[in-house]
Ligand binder design. Structure first.
Ligand SMILES: NC(=O)c1ccc[n+]([C@@H]2O[C@H](COP(=O)([O-])OP(=O)(O)OC[C@H]3O[C@@H](n4cnc5c(N)ncnc54)[C@H](OP(=O)(O)O)[C@@H]3O)[C@@H](O)[C@H]2O)c1
Length: 284
């Protein structure tokens, strides 16, 4: 996708960072459908941690919006490679916020339920205190803080456990697993709201259309589930005969701590996780 040029005056011009990722691959075709002109970037052509390069490129373009999806998203690897996680999620996001401010354009930043510690028993509101318990969550929160500090024209969207077409994700991994296995042990004491990238992308399009005030939002599926219940539902919908054995988080130690409860209060903006999962799986 070419760099947006100044001469196409009637189309919204958007820079998308992290366009090659799971969310970007669902969102970008939708930008086509609203007639936007967008520049879909990845780490090779637009490294958000390289402030000099980012500035040089941005001096040559005219933009109306920045959609900042690029991130270090491997939660366990973030513990091992902390410097890289902070460099991308904190410094890279700071660079993008500065560019948005310099060009005077709004920026959409996708953050995560991981900014919370998971100790609450009811869904997290946007006003609840943050307290991340792993490096990924800390680095995403530092990104949020830079955005708020640098530019008022921001939309910070916290979401949770994405799945969708075009990238590695839990739902597709389970379908592949079910082709070769008849049982699986899955954590049952970790509660979440798994979210379809298509549902989230529609809300991003809504923002581009002027549908929301600047600020922080929680956009995820409605309802809640555990990883084991979610996994059972995937197999049920696709009629796969795989026995799901519920286990405790403590039976499955991983490098990064996981919050026990990652449910966001979303004001029921999206359908239930069951409804969206069914739609996603039926079209596969
Ligand atoms: N996936 C989830 O469950 C989840 C949940 C909550 C929030 N989020 C947030 O949602 C956003 C999108 O997530 P995703 O799952 O689509 O991510 P993803 O599939 O892991 O893709 C990450 C994207 O970031 C790009 N990137 C990485 N380092 C970069 C750099 N230094 N400069 C420029 N681009 C770089 C990658 O480019 P390359 O292809 O070149 O590596 C890729 O396009 C992220 O901000 C993430 O934190 C995700």
């Amino acid at each position: 996708m070419p760099l947006p040029k100044n001469n196409e005056r009637n189309r919204m011009k958007i820079l998308v960072t992290g366009a090659s990722g799971l969310l970007g691959q669902e969102l970008c075709p939708m930008l086509d459908s609203i007639g936007a002109q967008y520049w879909a970037t990845n780490s090779k052509i637009f490294d958000i941690t390289n402030a000099k390069m980012v500035n040089e490129i941005m001096d040559k373009v005219s933009l109306d919006f920045i959609i900042h999806l690029a991130a270090f998203t491997n939660v366990d690897q973030a513990e091992v490679n902390q410097e890289e996680a902070f460099r991308i999620n904190h410094i890279g996001t700071k660079n993008m916020a500065k560019i948005a401010k310099k060009l005077d354009v709004p920026i959409i930043y996708i953050s995560s339920a991981s900014v919370f510690d998971g100790e609450k028993l009811t869904p997290y509101k946007t006003t609840d205190a943050t307290n991340p318990i792993n490096v990924y969550g800390k680095s995403k929160l530092m990104g949020e803080e830079e955005i708020r500090k640098i530019t008022k024209k921001h939309y910070i969207i916290r979401t949770s456990s994405l799945y969708g077409k075009g990238g590695s994700n839990y739902v597709d991994a389970m379908l592949t697993y079910s082709m070769f296995n008849t049982s699986i042990s899955v954590v049952d004491d970790q509660i979440l709201c798994p979210t379809w990238t298509r549902d989230l992308s529609k809300e991003i399009i809504n923002i581009l259309s002027g549908g929301k005030e600047y600020g922080t939002y929680h956009i995820c599926s409605s309802g809640r589930t555990s990883w084991s219940e979610f996994t059972k539902k995937i197999f049920d919908i696709k009629r796969r005969s795989v026995f799901v054995q519920p286990i405790l988080k403590s039976d499955f130690p991983r490098p990064a701590k996981r919050p026990k409860f990652s449910v966001l209060d979303n004001g029921n903006i999206l359908p239930s996780w069951e409804e969206s999962l069914e739609k996603y799986l039926l079209q596969k």
